[in-house]
Write a protein that binds this ligand. Structure first.
Ligand code: NAD
Length: 244
């Protein structure tokens, strides 16, 4: 049986941990060859050692680092069909306490980063047969929650970037995924509190906690030919917490 991403060559940022690492595993299982871009080079190498692929150090906040990493990735893969932007940072902090340095970090990693990666990848994606971009935004892009104003604003920006690029870059397909809270190292701090964990679980219609695989399987679909008529949209993966 052939995989859904057979012979496809993919860059995944944020590939060392959490959702990005699970996307690498699922892409590899579906036959893709993957370049794992992350600022955490040891973490990316560990994931690559476990499931194949090329680990490439990359700080998405740095234009020079992104240019070098995307060039190295496409050279190692022999071209590029898919880009997944999963690198990101979270700050759960009241708006009035966010200093300009943290504001800038959130902006540079969560919004400008994906934009730089897409720009660097474009010349290679334009040569591909069925190119696709998947941006990992957030439910925060659609719904406010306390202490996430700047994070949410970067994710809302990423969602609109997705929609604008779907129009401007067609036939390259550009889509986003908006996960609710998913258990990863990013959320481990507040999920360690049993009461918070229980509250999060009860806050969605299915009373489940999100897992990286829930997001990664949607990324496989959006990157694959099964989504050939899907662009400029988002898949919300939140157990129903946005209507519960
Ligand atoms: P994570 O912390 O487990 O992984 C994030 C990865 O991004 C790490 O490997 C980290 O090294 C990498 N990274 C951070 N800064 C970087 C930089 N400057 N350059 C390159 N890589 C960098 O987090 P996660 O939960 O897997 O999050 C993945 C994505 O999903 C993020 O964009 C996050 O905002 C989004 N998201 C997560 C959740 C959640 O509940 N976990 C919900 C909605 C959206």
């Amino acid at each position: 049986m052939t995989g859904r991403l057979e012979r496809r060559r993919a860059i995944v940022t944020g590939a060392a941990s959490g959702i990005g690492a699970e996307i690498v595993r699922r892409f590899a299982a579906e036959g893709a060859t993957v370049a794992l871009l992350d600022i955490d080079s040891d973490g990316a190498r560990a994931v690559a050692d476990a499931c194949g692929g090329h680990a490439v150090v990359c700080d998405v906040a740095s234009p020079a680092s992104v240019a070098d990493a995307v060039e190295a990735a496409q050279a190692a893969l022999g071209g590029l069909d898919i880009v997944v932007n999963a690198a990101g940072i979270l700050a759960r902090q009241l708006f009035e306490t966010i200093d300009p340095g943290l504001w800038q970090r959130l902006f540079e990693i969560n919004l400008r980063g994906p934009s730089l990666v897409i720009q660097a990848a474009l010349p290679f994606l334009r040569l591909a047969e069925a190119p696709a971009i998947v941006n990992i935004a957030s439910l925060s892009a659609l719904r406010p929650s306390p202490g996430t104003a700047v994070y949410a604003a970067t994710k809302a920006g990423l969602l609109m970037l997705t929609k604008c690029l779907a129009e401007e870059l067609a036939p390259i397909r550009v889509n986003a995924i908006c996960p609710g809270i998913v258990e990863t190292p990013m959320t481990a701090g507040f999920m360690a509190d049993p009461a918070t964990r229980d509250r999060i679980e009860q806050a969605n219609a299915l009373h489940l906690l999100g897992r990286p695989a829930d997001v990664a399987l949607a990324a496989v679909y959006l990157a694959s030919g099964e989504a050939r008529f899907v662009t400029g949209t988002q898949i919300v993966i939140d157990g129903g917490s946005s209507f519960a």
